[in-house]
Write a protein that binds this ligand. Structure first.
Ligand SMILES: [Zn+2]
Ligand SMILES: [Zn+2]
Length: 263
């Protein structure tokens, strides 16, 4: 089943995708890296994938315009992945009122949790909320189904990362290119077939020595199983302190803040 939402097209640039790493850090902002955030630029769609608390700052520092975003995609409701959303809502209420629709896509309860966080962070804010709501559209992703949102096709699988809430890995198709993203995830044999054939696979790698922790990836496991991932390019991200401390031993390319990848 494909769930479809239409989005007006506004050609921006030539074919192919550019992915910019806004933040390659983990929840602890290890070694001073920004928390999760990735800009994906296609011919007719601009996506923010993950909205960590530092995403708005990183976007502005790197020269991206918040008004250009068509889609914000969130893998799960941990603060380092969605805690930046209230800052974007504030931005769109005061600094950069929306002139075109914005779709926010994520796991179940993303709309409720985002507004609850917004009200906690900015209580009593009396903005022109009705106007913003006309432009905002939240979509909850269902693992196992394909979703078409404008020119973007998104498939998702549930990852072993959160116990009660659903955390997602994504497979995103746009302009004949495929970007796969692990989100946050412990090791699962389902991930390699899910990302197979992607042009780019961004895979979290939080730990190096703490291999007993089952809710995040660790480098030794990924390194031993690198051959399972049949993808054009694999880049490690969401990189924790242990991995950064031992980065000279890492043989899989690692993301860094500000890195730009042509897909
Ligand atoms: Zn995380
Ligand atoms: Zn997480």
């Amino acid at each position: 089943m494909i769930l479809t939402v239409t989005m007006p097209k506004s050609p921006l640039r030539s074919a192919g995708l550019d992915l910019t790493i806004l933040g390659a850090g983990d929840a602890f902002a290890s070694h001073g890296r920004f928390q999760s955030g990735y800009i994906i630029e296609g011919a007719s769609c601009r996506i923010l994938m993950e909205a960590g608390p530092t995403a708005l700052c990183a976007m502005k520092r790197m020269g991206f315009k918040t008004a250009d975003l068509d889609l914000i995609l969130v893998s799960h409701l941990h603060g380092d992945h969605f805690g930046g959303l209230p800052f974007f809502l504030l931005e769109y209420l005061y600094e950069s009122p929306r002139q075109k629709p914005l779709t926010i896509v994520g796991p179940p309860r993303i709309e409720e949790r985002t507004w609850r966080l917004f009200r906690t962070m900015f209580p009593g804010t009396k903005p022109d909320l009705p106007r913003l709501l006309e432009y905002l559209n939240f979509i909850e992703i269902v693992p196992g189904k394909d979703h078409r949102i404008g020119p973007v096709r998104i498939a998702a699988m549930r990852t072993p990362h959160m116990k009660r809430d659903i955390s997602l890995a994504f497979r995103l198709e746009l302009d004949d290119k495929t970007i796969a993203f692990s989100g946050d995830s412990g090791w699962t044999d389902e991930l390699a077939p899910f990302v197979s054939g992607a042009d780019l696979f961004l895979c979290e790698c939080t730990y190096f020595d703490s291999t007993q922790l089952e809710f995040h990836m660790n480098y030794p496991k990924l390194s031993a199983n690198r051959g399972q991932f049949e993808v054009g390019r694999m880049v490690l991200t969401h990189i924790g302190r242990e991995v950064l401390d031992r980065r000279r031993e890492v043989r899989i390319p690692m993301a860094r803040d500000g890195m730009r990848i042509r897909v």
